[in-house]
Design a protein. Structure first.
Length: 158
């Protein structure tokens, strides 16, 4: 039985229903893969990968971060984060500055070029979201946002 068939199941055995997945995980995974593909298409004309766009988005939302803070927030290893930072710094999208209160910590932030690039990419992603959510009312969009945020919070606590 395909995962989506489970959603339409009319089985009334509670024990059986609780031991089988509902199909929600499958749908979220499918949405994730499709969304990544669409984001890649939206940001590639600006010379960015999905990973680079995500990284720049973190800096745009959080301001200055150390490499360790960035790695923690994006769930990558510090080594992988450092390699990503090297490429983005070489491209002029971020800059590294010593932390004034701690000499060994380097703070990373967006450059003016990085901010300009983010504005362009954000416009493309906003258009993608608009298309994706076109059939949802404003209330439905807000409810979906709250539900997805709650799921993300719950999974991070498990």
């Amino acid at each position: 039985m395909a995962p989506l068939d489970d959603l339409a199941s009319t089985d009334t055995n509670t024990k059986d229903q609780n031991s089988r997945p509902s199909g929600i995980s499958y749908l979220i995974g499918r949405l994730d893969r499709s969304l990544i593909r669409h984001i890649r298409t939206a940001v590639s004309p600006f010379g960015l990968t999905t990973t680079q766009y995500t990284a720049l988005s973190v800096f745009a939302a959080r301001g200055q971060l150390s490499n360790a803070q960035f790695a923690e927030r994006t769930m990558v290893s510090p080594q992988a984060a450092n390699e990503l930072m090297k490429v983005m710094e070489k491209n002029g999208w971020i800059e590294r500055q010593p932390d004034p209160s701690h000499g060994r910590i380097i703070q990373i932030s967006l450059t003016d070029e990085g901010k300009r690039l983010m504005a362009q990419c954000d416009a493309a992603i906003a258009e993608l979201e608009h298309k994706m959510l076109a059939d949802f009312s404003e209330q439905e969009q807000q409810a979906l946002y709250k539900q997805l945020k709650a799921l993300a919070r719950t999974l991070s606590d498990i």
